[in-house]
Design a protein around this ligand. Sequence first.
Ligand SMILES: C[S@@+](CC[C@H](N)C(=O)[O-])C[C@H]1O[C@@H](n2cnc3c(N)ncnc32)[C@H](O)[C@@H]1O
Length: 190
Amino acid sequence: MLEILTGTYSCWAPPDGFAEIELDLGCGKGGFLLELAENYPDKLIIGADIMLGRLRKVKKKVDRRNLKNVRLLRVSAWPLIAYHLSDHSLHRIHILCPDPWPKARHRSKRLLTSEFLGRLAGKLTANGILHISTDDSEYFDFIEAAISPLACYSRDPSGIDDVKTIKTDFENDFEGKGIPVRHTVFRVLK
Ligand SMILES: C[S@@+](CC[C@H](N)C(=O)[O-])C[C@H]1O[C@@H](n2cnc3c(N)ncnc32)[C@H](O)[C@@H]1O
């Protein structure tokens, strides 16, 4: 994977020296990760998304705020998890308002299947947290059904106590229209 936003075209590896690593997968316009990074300068915050245009805008905001603890990766979720992140390296993964693919003929495009959620567990540290949200109640039920057979996860809403008040850009938009966004949180048992 190439870290193209830096202009250096180097291969990517997480830098040393951070106490913990959090991933905002599908970070979009970056509202959530920017606030997270400001709150936790000692943590490395990785933002990953497939849309380069969005990432370029997030990069400008990161530079304006002079945040030294953010890394932005243009990469799709499956290859990121399959090839680029070390096992047991992430303390928390946020997947917030992922594309819900509500039409029946598009359901196979949904990211949060049992297989993917199982792979995510392997990337989390012992007691690591998986934080998911969606405005789509059908997708919410689909995610809950996908995670329920996975014995490695245990529900733990306290895993996001410190970030409960941080809203993503999509969450702000939905709530502005009166559409609630539901969160679900799991801890990896090790
Ligand atoms: C509905 S937006 C939500 C953005 C942000 N999390 C928020 O809540 O404001 C979904 C984001 O996921 C990204 N995305 C979709 N599929 C992806 C994939 N396979 N890998 C990485 N990012 C993906 C999209 O480009 C988009 O920015």
